[in-house]
Design a protein around this ligand. Structure first.
Ligand code: A3P
Length: 342
């Protein structure tokens, strides 16, 4: 793999690291900030940065990318179904995690956690094999994946191969950052790779200060938004899927040059509805629970699936701060979240 990487990777300063490590018990060493935009990752990103940046892209590749908790899984299944001519049988038989290697998940699995997971799963050869697959760097998994490859990533465009958009297809999905933060907060508590132990207010503070995985949020979105008219880019919003799923399905089918009957589209929308999704073993990331990477309990990877739920988590002060933060970040762009008064 290539070794060139054009950005500087700096350690987050010690005081800040100390505070972060008190709240994020899934990380042990610390964090880095990358390039002029200071994209934030666990230390392990250093090992993967150049491999990801230089990974060979194939013309038949399909990337589904986003800031986490923006409706990635929903979009992945929608895209996969359309690109695979509505193959329900295969979709049900093969979990989404296998259909879509997660490019950079390995950077979230600290070696000490991996040791722990191996020990806990040592009674089952099969689980150990799955664990190895899930924790293997995505670039290695993908080198052995036959075409067409479907790839999940939360990397911003600037940290992905520079030739990507001129070579392969990308579907990017964006969501109101307040709903994103609430949703990611819950996941950060559930995933032992993150091990977040604080309250939402503290979490939100890290998020808006760009001290959280894959932030800065708005830079991430803007990089993709700037490319929204590229013929290989389809830019979607969670709020649009939520309000009119059929319209978004039509956009995806057009993007892939496919045509389906009204009945087929109806059936697909039903398949993608939150209630069916929650009960769909193939998409609900149960593998993370089975391996003990995700805590078991009432909460799960697919959660409420609503737009606007953030209101239950924000007090008056946070609401105003969020509005200001969003307005400040939207000032120099024509990016607007649909169906929101912002
Ligand atoms: P909530 O936690 O707000 O419910 P990602 O896949 O990027 O991690 O995004 C997860 C978010 O998308 C979660 O949001 C999840 O519930 C929601 N989601 C997943 N599948 C959905 C569906 N079929 N319909 C609506 N929302 C869905």
């Amino acid at each position: 793999m290539g070794t060139e990487f054009p950005f500087e990777i700096k350690d987050v300063e010690p005081e800040q690291t100390k505070k972060l490590l008190e709240y994020f018990k899934g990380e042990f060493n610390g964090f880095v900030q990358v390039g002029p935009k200071k994209y934030f990752f666990p230390q392990k990103y250093r090992q993967e940065a150049a491999n990801i940046y230089n990974m060979p892209v194939r013309p038949s590749d399909v990337f589904v990318t986003s800031y986490p908790r923006s409706g990635t899984t929903w979009t992945q299944e929608l895209v996969w179904m359309v690109a695979n001519d509505l193959d329900y049988e295969k979709s049900n038989a093969i979990p989404l995690t296998e259909r879509y290697p997660f490019l950079e998940f390995s950077i979230c699995v600290h070696p000490m956690n991996k040791e722990k997971f191996i020990e806990e799963n040592s009674h089952s050869e099969e689980k150990l094999k799955t664990l190895e697959f899930v924790c293997q760097p995505g670039t290695e998994q993908l080198a052995n994946t036959p075409s067409p490859r479907f790839i999940k990533s939360h990397m911003p465009l600037s940290l992905l191969p520079p030739t990507l958009l001129d070579t392969a297809k990308m579907i990017y999905v964006a969501r109101d950052p307040r709903d994103v933060a609430v949703s990611f907060y819950h996941l950060n508590r559930l995933m032992r790779t993150q091990g977040y132990n604080g309250d939402f207010k503290t979490y939100w503070d890290f998020f808006v200060k760009d001290l959280h995985h894959w932030t800065p949020f708005f830079e991430h979105l803007k990089e993709a938004w700037e490319k929204r008219d590229h013929p290989n880019m389809l830019f979607l919003f969670y709020e649009e899927l939520s309000k009119d799923l059929k319209a978004s399905v039509h956009r995806v089918t057009k993007f892939f040059g496919k045509e389906f009957s009204d009945e087929e589209i109806e059936r697909l929308c039903d398949h993608l509805s939150i209630d069916n999704f929650k009960n769909n073993k193939s998409v609900n990331y149960d593998v993370m629970k089975e391996l003990g990477i995700q805590l078991t309990g009432e909460q799960s990877f697919i959660r409420k699936g609503k737009a606007g739920g953030w209101r239950d988590y924000f007090d008056e002060e946070m609401t105003q701060q969020a509005e200001q933060w969003i307005a400040d970040n939207l000032r120099d762009t024509d990016l607007r979240f649909p169906h929101l008064d912002l």
